[in-house]
Design a protein around this ligand. Structure first.
Ligand code: 4AD
Ligand code: MG
Length: 477
């Protein structure tokens, strides 16, 4: 007999048809009611065993965590909260579970504990809901760009230069670390390494993405990125996924509009397609909020925040305007900020970003035109000589969710910047080439996929929205 997924059965009209369900036991009550989950939905289906109808030895093996196959009649359920249940005719144990040792009991476990059993944590309601939403968001990313005629480009994971300068990198080598090949001078001889040069894991696909935008027009990348920063925060991973669209003929304003449209599309997609999981996560987030002191609670619940993003324009604000607001803000005057805002030109810390988004505007903010000193070399220089056409999208509870810019398309200006910053001009030859052969105004940005999932699911720690998080000191599983 063919298996039917629980998500389908729960929407099926019960007419005593015989069905087969396969899944994992969540609970087994009174030697009679088995709650089975197969991952197709957050909801379990109840399988009812008629007393004495099954062998006692078989029922003993129905424990939380065991994998079972149940064949029986789909009937209307007398119990509250479920339309149908299964009257069991045949029960088979596909995989026993050692009830004494199975670490997931039918109760709430802390997220910290669940990280230690990352191979099993997806069997909880919370993590499975997050992972289904994660899937839906990945799908929606491709759908959004496909609908708009963007091409999906696979940029390399192993790269030969640190052109981006986005952060410390992970070295890739096949040299014997105990006795690496050395030059006559005693230095490590990278010419004898696998690629004949120093290589690292990529921190961003942007520079290669730009080369493709200069032929295909509008492209995007969606792949893993690696940063060896020693940041142990709830918003940083050493391995994360980034979506990087790059568009010929877009200026900074077109770029900001696309970023807003993109985020609104994704939030709406989640509301439209992940209702069950979001309802669960909304309730979960509300319980978490209720446990916080009154003044630290956020005003909107998870679903309200998603709707708010879909329905409201993001606030666009230049860096210079932001500095004025921050300088005159209460926390600055009362010296409540850890980093006080005194001069134009200082980099903004997350406390400042959060003040703007959560206290001052109470909506997502797009900050643009930053001082050139605090931004990457490839951003387009503005006429004022001081700022570049950078843009960061700031979200409540998350901070920076998107970073991007209009790119410097003028060869002379870009070359001078590369030289002023003493960047490896030789390694950047191909990137500079773009500006010699049919250069075009163009723009792009990067969305941190896990930060998006944090926003959509309301999970406060980024380590809980990726299956196997990588961070300093942790690469088990
Ligand atoms: O601001 P970032 O460093 O920008 C770039 O890498 C550009 N090349 C993007 C572009 O213009 N094509 O990173 C972009 C986004 C951030 O806004 C953040 O959401 C996410 O990537 N991000 C991280 N997410 C998780 N862990 C980390 N360590 C992250 N670093 C950046
Ligand atoms: Mg950034």
């Amino acid at each position: 007999m063919k298996r039917t997924k629980i998500s389908h059965l729960l929407r099926t009209e019960p007419r005593q048809q015989t069905v087969l369900v396969q899944g994992w036991v969540r609970t087994f009550r009174n030697n009679q009611f088995i709650a089975i989950n197969d991952g197709s939905t957050i909801h379990n289906i109840q399988a009812v065993v008629e007393l004495n109808s099954q062998e006692e030895n078989l029922l003993k093996r129905v424990t939380t965590g065991a994998c079972v196959a149940v064949t029986g009649e789909l009937i209307p359920s007398p119990a509250k909260g479920q339309a149908v249940e299964i009257k069991v005719k045949q029960l088979e144990i596909l995989g026993d579970s050692d009830a004494e040792k199975f670490p997931l009991q039918p109760k709430r476990h802390s997220l910290e504990f669940l990280r230690e059993i990352a191979h099993l944590r997806v069997r909880t309601n919370t993590i499975s809901a997050v992972m289904r939403v994660r899937h839906a968001m990945a799908f929606a990313v491709h759908q959004f760009f496909n609908e708009r005629g963007f091409y999906y480009v696979h940029t390399p994971v192993i790269t030969g230069s640190d052109a981006e300068g986005a952060g410390a990198m992970f070295r890739v080598t096949t040299l014997d670390l105990n006795k690496p090949a050395r030059t006559p001078e005693g230095a490590i001889d990278v010419k004898q390494d696998f690629f004949g040069r120093e290589t690292n894991l990529t921190v961003s696909g942007q520079l290669e993405g730009e080369t493709y935008a200069m032929a295909l027009g509008e492209i995007y990348t969606f792949g893993p990125t690696f940063r060896a920063e020693n940041s142990n925060t709830a918003r940083h991973l050493a391995e994360f996924w980034m979506i990087e669209p790059e568009m010929a003929f877009y200026d900074i304003n077109d770029n900001m509009q696309l970023a807003q449209d993109f985020l609104q599309y994704l939030a709406k997609y989640a509301l439209d397609h992940c209702a069950d999981d979001l309802a669960f996560l909304d309730k979960r987030a509300a319980e978490e909020e209720a446990a916080k002191p009154q003044d630290q609670r956020s005003e909107l619940g998870l679903l309200d925040r998603l709707k708010f993003v879909v329905e409201n324009d993001f606030q666009r604000l230049s860096y210079t305007e932001a500095i004025d607001i921050l300088k005159n803000s209460n926390p600055n005057k009362k010296k409540k900020f850890q980093y006080l805002i005194e001069n134009w030109g200082t980099d903004l810390q997350s406390e400042h970003e959060r003040y703007l988004v959560e206290k001052h505007f109470k909506k997502p903010v797009i900050l643009y035109n930053y001082p050139k000193e605090i931004k990457a070399f490839y951003m387009r220089h503005n006429e004022d000589g001081k700022t570049v056409a950078a843009m960061d999208v700031l979200f409540p509870g998350i901070g920076e969710i998107i970073g991007g810019s209009q790119r410097e398309e003028r060869y002379d200006v870009l070359l001078k910047r590369v030289q002023d910053l003493k960047l490896p001009e030789k390694e950047l030859w191909w990137y500079l080439d773009l500006r010699k052969f049919g250069s075009a105004p163009h723009s792009g940005f990067g969305l941190g996929f896990e930060r998006l999932i944090q926003f959509v699911t309301g999970m406060t720690n980024i380590r809980d929205v990726i299956p196997y998080p990588r961070y300093p000191g942790s690469a088990e599983f």
